[in-house]
Ligand binder design. Structure first.
Ligand SMILES: NC(=O)c1ccc[n+]([C@@H]2O[C@H](COP(=O)([O-])OP(=O)(O)OC[C@H]3O[C@@H](n4cnc5c(N)ncnc54)[C@H](O)[C@@H]3O)[C@@H](O)[C@H]2O)c1
Length: 286
């Protein structure tokens, strides 16, 4: 019997990367999936987002585990659209027990555009609030809410440069910190119903977001057009452990635990899957 047998999980940003990996790992553990992704680009984000073909591929990978999936194109910035997608999934799969609010962008390290701040805060923070708030009226007692933060949430000021220099990067950090605080508050409010709310905070993760020209520029600001080969030696600087990045499945394994009843009394956690990034960048002793 799978660790998430019989559950239905709502996963945002599910067309590729970590979201796809979460959907597939949860399906492997017996969950049916409601998968949502924008499947189109956001202009300020300097690398392409997913495509409808990516979302179809996620569906194929979930079905390979004999689980059902309802895959819908929707933008997490639009609560009405997102709620309609979720309700379409619930209509077909009967319920929702798990929320994995994961969709995100990184519109940083290009021209300093204020629109980049707007887009990243709307996607990475409001998009999480929208996913949680759309799901709340449907969640049964004992449900699990999981949001994706970032090791960047704990590095305030380190990688955003001077004030106004990098609105997309600053907005990314701000949004991730807000996710941490929002989930802390949500956890307090849903606890009486035995619903738990936790955040996973990845460090560099081996997805298209990390493997993008704008991220290479953040690691090698001394070069005009750094390649992955130029940037790769700098990746381990982010972690205390001598690793360049973690894999999507490392985050998915934490998601499976938090989605399953194994974590039934675990709530309000800021779970860092970060190879010791926090240890490296914070002086706190707890
Ligand atoms: N990759 C990293 O190094 C890293 C590190 C820390 C945290 N994260 C976080 O992990 C999460 C997943 O990112 P990833 O690494 O898988 O990158 P990714 O770019 O591969 O995947 C992100 C997915 O979110 C989707 N998406 C973006 N904006 C959306 C919107 N408005 N509505 C619906 N879907 C949208 C994209 O189309 C894409 O499929 C993000 O929240 C990101 O901030 C990533």
């Amino acid at each position: 019997m799978g660790r998430c047998e019989g559950k239905v999980a709502f996963v945002t940003g599910a067309a590729r990367g970590q979201g796809r990996s979460h959907a597939v790992r949860l399906a492997e553990e017996g969950a049916d999936i409601i998968a949502v992704d924008i499947c189109e680009d956001i202009a300020t984000n300097l690398y392409p987002l997913s495509t409808p073909e990516d979302l179809k591929e996620t569906a194929r990978l979930v079905e390979r585990h004999d689980r059902r999936i309802v895959a819908v194109q929707a933008d997490v910035r639009d609560r009405t659209q997102l709620a309609a997608a979720l309700e379409q999934g619930i209509a077909q799969l009967g319920k929702v027990d798990v929320v994995v609010a994961n969709a995100g962008i990184m519109p940083a390290f290009g021209e300093p555009k204020l629109q980049a701040w707007t887009d990243v805060v709307d996607t990475n923070f409001l998009g999480i609030v929208n996913a949680v708030h759309a799901a709340l009226p449907h969640l049964p007692d004992g449900a699990s809410i999981i949001a994706t933060g970032s090791a960047a949430a704990f590095m305030t000021g380190i990688s955003t440069g001077q004030a106004g220099e990098n609105p997309g990067g600053a907005g990314y950090q701000y949004a991730k910190l807000q996710v941490a605080e929002f989930m802390h508050e949500i956890a307090r409010n849903v606890a009486p119903r035995m619903i738990r709310a936790n955040v996973v905070h990845p460090t560099n993760c081996n997805t298209d977001m990390l493997n993008s020209d704008s991220m290479y520029r953040s690691f090698r600001p001394d070069l005009e057009n750094p390649t992955r080969e130029d940037a790769l030696p700098a990746f381990p600087a982010q972690q205390a452990m001598p690793i360049p990045f973690v894999e999507p499945v490392d985050i998915s394994n934490a998601v499976v635990y938090l989605a399953s009843d194994e974590s039934r009394y675990v709530t309000g956690l800021q779970l860092r899957i970060d190879g010791g990034s926090y240890l490296k960048f914070q002086d706190f002793h707890v």
